[in-house]
Design a protein around this ligand. Sequence first.
Ligand code: RRO
Length: 313
Amino acid sequence: MVSTATNIAQKKFDNCIMNASGVWCSDENELTELDRSEASSFVTKSGTLQPRKGNPQPRYFPTSLGSINSMGLPNQGLDYYLEVVNRLQQRKPHKNYFVSCTGFNVQEDISLLKKVAVSGFTGVVELNLSCPNVPGKPQTGYDFETVDNILKTVFKSYKGPLGVKLPPYFDIVHFNQMAQILNKYPLAYVNSVNSIGNGLYIDDTQEQVVIKPKNGFGGIGGDYIKPTALANVHAFYQRLNPDIQIIGTGGIKNGRDIFEHILCGASMVQVGTALMKEGPDIFARLTRELKAIMRDKGYEKIADFKGKLQYIE
Ligand code: RRO
């Protein structure tokens, strides 16, 4: 029997495939659909202290090779997501869920995590350090000193399992510097990668951008970003303490993409752009395709190939 089960933060998941935050997770209806799908879990849209409308429309555009978005963090507020997830959790006590949140400064991060603790949430928190689309706000994950300061402050008060969503890095020195910071803290996991920030997709017939915010600049997802995602997954797999796990996100649309992420070191994978295109039925297809590859290769469980990427001597 081939199994795609995994563990994150010492919690069991009967499948290693789930949604990426921001896709199909903005309200109770979408989260309930994910809960009924073959994904083993879900993560909510990143919740902020107050609900947000986000950027003006159009703000998401699917392309033949992926997507561009500048949603601008539209969300119902963290309280809403905690209420929904805690309710679903009561109905399915055997499942484990993720709640994503993001503050605009370290004080807000602390307030958000206080809300999580007070709510009685028993799942895993994903702190988003990499939203690329709030006008005037740089991505926290590219400010190494601030990341260090946030993690130092957060782990003084928050005692539950917590991971971070990181932007993609593009330089070996940056992998080294970021890993050195991350290794100082009891992180459950790092999730690599968020979208590649501030790409520009244009419509040459209209001679126009395709999304309205920021004059068309937005986060890139899908096929474009798989090699960058695999590099980040593997770079952190090589550098992080083994007790910090990796969630691989970026460019997953079939079983082979998932196999590659796991081979590079991912313990769980998340699907964004392809989920947006296909809807939650995608999880049944992806699971079937991953299992077929594992069966062909003689692997029974993901530990049989996780992180076992070969180099050329
Ligand atoms: O809402 C967004 O514009 C957004 C967020 Br918070 C994020 O983390 N990644 C992204 O591509 N879009």
